[in-house]
Unconditional design. Structure first.
Lengths: 114, 114
């Protein structure tokens, strides 16, 4: 299994508070991604990174920001959490030679915004 | 834009039955296609992949063939087991040399009864 950890694994927060989720990899993969999983929607891409300090928006980026200051860490920030951001958040990585498009997923973070 | 359509289920089968989960896609380029599996409380695991037309991906008794003419990538298994109970996601990437992220179907919940 790819070495991907996410923290925290569970979080409950109040509407309007900022929240940061962390993804850490030990695989030295170039690409990192944040997805959210919601019933009836599958997984949807929030943001992704193709290198240190290089990031881009995905399908559902409104209300989220990301940062990648080191190869191994990719942070997702909810600037002011809303109830619609209650979801399960998954980090993924890819980028080994010959496996450029395969993505490996972390265990997920369950976020509840009350 | 890209999209993936799959039967949502739940699909309920008896042990040793034949499984087919349909997946069709639309893409602007030449996508790579994937099936991922998610067991309860876990992240997604790559099950199999195909990167060009007529490729067959296979793993753990599951198979899927990339059919460009019908834009399909149906998942099949000849004899399912209770341990195959999970949610299955069809996905594609159309990165054209980059790694912009996966587009997922909504997932198919598979229940295998003993």
């Amino acid at each position: 299994d790819a070495g991907i950890t996410q923290s925290p694994r569970h979080k409950v927060t109040e509407t309007g508070t900022p929240v940061t989720l962390r993804c850490h990899q030990t695989e030295n993969h170039r690409y990192m991604y944040w997805y959210r999983q919601d019933p009836g929607h599958g997984l949807r891409l929030i943001h992704y990174s193709y290198g240190v300090k290089d990031t881009d928006k995905g399908e559902v980026s409104d209300g989220y920001s990301v940062s990648r200051s080191k190869t191994e860490d990719f942070l997702l920030t909810l600037e002011s959490a809303t109830s619609s951001q209650t979801s399960v958040y998954f980090c993924a990585i890819s980028g080994l030679a010959g496996e450029a498009y395969e993505q490996y997923f972390g265990p997920g973070t369950r976020l509840t915004v009350t | 834009g890209n999209s993936v359509t799959q039967m949502e289920g739940p699909v309920t089968l008896s042990e040793e039955a034949f499984l087919t989960i349909n997946c069709t896609y639309t893409a602007t380029g030449y996508p790579s296609l994937f099936w991922y599996v998610q067991y309860p409380g876990e992240g997604l695991q790559l099950l199999l992949k195909a990167t060009k037309a007529d490729d067959k991906g296979s793993n753990k008794g599951f198979e899927a063939t990339y059919r460009k003419e019908t834009t399909s990538f149906h998942l099949e298994k000849g004899s399912v087991q209770v341990s195959d109970s999970a949610v299955y996601f069809c996905a594609l990437t159309d990165s054209g040399g980059g790694a912009d992220g996966l587009t997922f179907g909504k997932g198919t919940h598979l229940i295998i009864q003993p």
